[in-house]
Design a protein around this ligand. Structure first.
Ligand SMILES: O=c1ccn([C@@H]2O[C@H](COP(=O)(O)O)[C@@H](O)[C@H]2O)c(=O)[nH]1
Length: 274
């Protein structure tokens, strides 16, 4: 039993959706109709959540977009968290990890202070840097495994002695560290040729799959190859192509209608694969 995992799987199976809405709120890209508010980013996020809540299984806050704006960004992040529907998984895409005592502070920040259900972490510093996150048995810890960017070739796809690529070693280790149910990995949708193999090697891990939409990954492949044997256990993140629909919006209702229409389209494509 793991509260975060159970919540995500319950939502995935009842809604037949793996949709994780990426709240990558870039102040420069927030449509002009939100400018009149004292906190345009917060109102923008509220609108995105209203427009997608019937289709979403999770919301991912990429902390960089909030940290970049200092105290105001942190305030927007904190107030956005309150708006995330309780039946949806909240993910802090923070990509943290450091020596143990520092990681403990990161884990406390994301899991206790902000009460996120899950967080993304980087494996490079090894187990002692990740143990503080894995010690939370009711949360989900998503470890970067095979990321969606071209730079995954620089380290992740490099072969270790014996020929095993580094990302496969990460997968093996996370399967052990997260054996209690809180283990997850990030695998890019742009690497769908390797996705079936990765899923076979780690049947019990939760998958977070970014890279559909703006990065060109296939939605259908991400869903079909990413899910576990129960057709759950995976989330497909979509940020820019969902929250920044093309065009000018005369009012907030028009913006929400455009986002809602795209979320419905994504949901229906996912449902037909599931
Ligand atoms: O391998 C990775 C890991 C994380 N991300 C993050 O996911 C979203 C993707 O945004 P899009 O606009 O849908 O491309 C973003 O927050 C990334 O930082 C990733 O893309 N790839």
């Amino acid at each position: 039993m793991n509260a975060a995992r159970d919540k995500a799987n319950h939502r995935i199976s009842t809604l037949k959706s793996l949709l994780c809405v990426g709240l990558d709120a870039d102040r420069e890209k927030v449509p002009a109709v939100f400018s009149r508010f004292s906190s345009p980013v917060l109102e923008f996020n509220r609108s995105v959540i209203r427009a997608t809540r019937d289709y979403a299984a999770a919301y991912k806050i990429n902390t960089a977009f909030y940290e970049a704006r200092g105290i105001e960004g942190f305030r927007d992040m904190e107030e956005t968290l309150v708006e995330i529907p309780s039946e949806c998984l909240s993910i802090a895409d923070a990509k943290r990890a450091d020596i143990g005592n520092t990681s403990r502070m990161y884990a406390r920040a994301f899991f206790e202070h902000w009460e996120f259900d899950s967080v993304t972490v980087a494996p490079y510093m090894g187990y002692d840097s990740l143990e503080p996150f894995f010690s939370y048995s009711d949360k989900l810890v998503f470890v970067l495994c095979l990321t969606s960017n071209a730079g995954s070739r620089d380290f992740e796809e490099q072969q270790l002695e014996g020929g095993l690529p580094l990302y496969r070693r990460v997968l093996e280790r996370v399967s052990q560290w997260g054996a209690g149910g809180n283990g997850g990995v990030v695998v890019g949708a742009t690497k769908s040729a390797l996705l079936a193999d990765i899923r076979n090697a780690a049947p019990g891990l939760f998958f977070l799959i970014p890279g559909v939409g703006a990065q060109g990954g296939s939605l259908e492949e991400a869903v079909d190859l990413g899910v576990d044997a129960n057709r759950e256990g995976a989330l497909v993140n979509i940020s820019r192509s969902l929250i920044y629909p093309p065009g000018e919006f005369r009012d907030i209702a028009a913006y929400e209608a455009a986002v809602s229409m795209e979320a419905e389209r994504l949901h229906s494509a996912m449902r037909s694969v599931l």
